[in-house]
Design a protein around this ligand. Structure first.
Ligand code: SAM
Length: 219
C-alpha cells in the first residue's frame, strides 16, 4: 500500500469514510476514483489512478541519458541471442524492434504490447531476458518483493534480469507528488538475490543516482 496516500486519507477522515468525498479526492490528489468501502481500498484506487495519470500523460523519457541502463543495453541484450525478452514497465516501448524477440508490458502506457501490470501478466512461455528499468519501484517493500518474485517466475533457469532502480527520489512534476518511490539500496539488492537464489553479475551507479544491476537466475 502507498503509505503517503493512506496517511493523508487517515489524517483527513479519522476513519470516518463520509469525509472522503469526490471533490476532496479531486482537490487533494488531482484524480477521480469510484466509491470504496474502506480506507485501504481508497488508498489502492487512488495510488493506481495517480500512477496512471502521471505515466500516461506527464512522464517523459530520454533513453539517451542512461550510461548503462538505456541504449547501451541494446547490444548487450542482442549479444545474448535471446529467444524471448520481456520489458517490464516498458513505457513508450522504445526497445521494440531494436532488441530481438521483445514483448513490452506496461499498465499505463498504450504503446506497450500488453497493457498490464507485472503481477497480472500471465504468459504461456518464459523469457531468457527480462528488463525492469525504472518500473519495479512504486509502493511498499511488499509490493516490490512480489513484483521481483513474479519476474523471477517468468524467467528461465540461467536467464538474465537487468534492473535500473531509483533510491527513492521523487520526480519533479507535481503530478508525481503522491507516487511512492521505493528507496532501493545495495543491501536490498543483495537481500533479494538471497531470497530468490539469484547471482549478482554486476552493480553500478548510473545517471541521476540510479543503480544499474544484473541478476542471473541460478538453476
Ligand atoms: C520511470 S518509467 C520507465 C519506463 C521505461 N522502462 C524506461 O526505462 O524508459 C516507469 C514505467 O513503469 C510503469 N509501471 C508502473 N507500475 C507498474 C507495474 N506495476 N508493472 C509494470 N509497469 C509499471 C509505468 O507505467 C512507467 O511506464
Amino acid at each position: 500500500m502507498n503509505k503517503k496516500i493512506f496517511a493523508k486519507l487517515l489524517g483527513h477522515s479519522q476513519n470516518d469514510l463520509t469525509k472522503i468525498t469526490q471533490p476532496w479526492i479531486k482537490e487533494t490528489f488531482g484524480i477521480e476514483v469510484k466509491r470504496c468501502d474502506t480506507l485501504e481500498q481508497y488508498a489502492d484506487a487512488i495510488d493506481d489512478a495517480c500512477l496512471h495519470n502521471y505515466f500516461s500523460k506527464y512522464w517523459q523519457n530520454d533513453m539517451k541519458k542512461w550510461k548503462y541502463s538505456g541504449l547501451a543495453l541494446i547490444d548487450e541484450v542482442n549479444d545474448l541471442k535471446p529467444r524471448a525478452v520481456l520489458d517490464v514497465g516498458c513505457g513508450y516501448n522504445e526497445f521494440k524492434g531494436k532488441m530481438d524477440n521483445l514483448v513490452g508490458i506496461d499498465p499505463y502506457n498504450d504503446l506497450a504490447d500488453f497493457q498490464v501490470g507485472t503481477l497480472d501478466y500471465k504468459p504461456d512461455t518464459k523469457f531468457d531476458v527480462i528488463l525492469c528499468l525504472g518500473s519495479v519501484n512504486f509502493g511498499s517493500r511488499d509490493k516490490i518483493i512480489a513484483e521481483v518474485k513474479r519476474c523471477v517466475e517468468l524467467l528461465d533457469d540461467n536467464g538474465i534480469l537487468f534492473f535500473r532502480v531509483n533510491p527513492g527520489l521523487s520526480h519533479d512534476k507535481p503530478e508525481a507528488d503522491w507516487i511512492e518511490f521505493y528507496a532501493w539500496n545495495v543491501p536490498f539488492i543483495i537481500e533479494l538475490s538471497e531470497i530468490f537464489n539469484l547471482k549478482i553479475l554486476d552493480i553500478r551507479d548510473d545517471t541521476n543516482s540510479r543503480k544499474y544491476f544484473v541478476y542471473k537466475k541460478k538453476k
